[in-house]
Write a protein that binds this ligand. Structure first.
Ligand code: SAM
Length: 191
């Protein structure tokens, strides 16, 4: 009998299900937390040669890793790698966008003190929401196991749950039976 692959592996993979469905060839997208560039590369595959990706990180190492990964995969033309905090998104992105991804927290195998923080994350989310096109989507993966993670999750959550429902739809994905601080994925659509 053919063995089925595991489906609900982690929030990153679940997010890919959303991304494959909502991101189209030619879309303008933002990776608000570039890290090692895995999401940036995935976005590059989805938007194709006609799309564009803005990717942010505060660590030069993230830009180097991402640049290497994109070059190896042949995606160099339509990407802007920005060494700046996502809270400054409105300084760098001056057009409407189709999709924004946040993968909060710190970069594994790097300095864990360099992590996303509640105040700057909220400022970035607010800026990114203002850039979203009608029916544009934002996804936010949040981890609560590290120092400050719960505070950040709570702030993001309470910001998003107050968004007027006639302007935004906000949906939560969480492994309800997972112990030890399960990560959470929030999906926002601008109506
Ligand atoms: C969980 S990692 C992202 C993983 C990444 N998406 C990937 O595919 O490898 C979070 C990243 O956010 C970055 N970061 C922290 N504060 C930031 C800020 N204010 N603006 C943008 N990026 C930030 C960290 O440097 C780290 O690389």
């Amino acid at each position: 009998m053919k063995k089925r692959a595991k489906f609900l592996t982690n929030v990153t993979d679940v997010n890919k299900i959303y991304m494959r469905n909502v991101i189209k060839d030619g879309d303008i997208v933002v990776d608000a937390t570039m890290g090692n560039g895995n999401d940036t590369k995935f976005l590059a595959e989805l938007v194709g040669q006609n799309g564009f990706i803005y990717a942010f990180d505060v660590q030069p190492q993230a830009l180097e890793e991402t640049s290497r990964l994109l070059e190896k995969s042949g995606f160099t033309e339509n990407v802007s790698l920005i060494l700046d905090g996502h809270e400054n998104i409105l300084k760098h992105v001056d057009r409407e966008v189709d999709f924004v991804i946040f993968n909060l927290g710190y970069l594994p195998r790097a300095d864990h003190n360099v992590k996303t923080r509640p105040e700057t994350t909220i400022k970035a989310v607010e800026g990114a929401l203002s850039l979203l096109k009608q029916n544009g989507i934002m996804s936010i993966a949040m981890y609560t196991g590290h120092d400050g993670g719960k505070e950040e999750r709570d702030m993001v959550y309470s910001y998003l749950e107050k968004l007027p429902q006639d302007e935004f739809s906000v949906m939560e994905n969480i492994f309800v039976n997972q112990v030890n601080n399960p990560p959470q994925l929030l999906i926002v659509e601008k109506i």
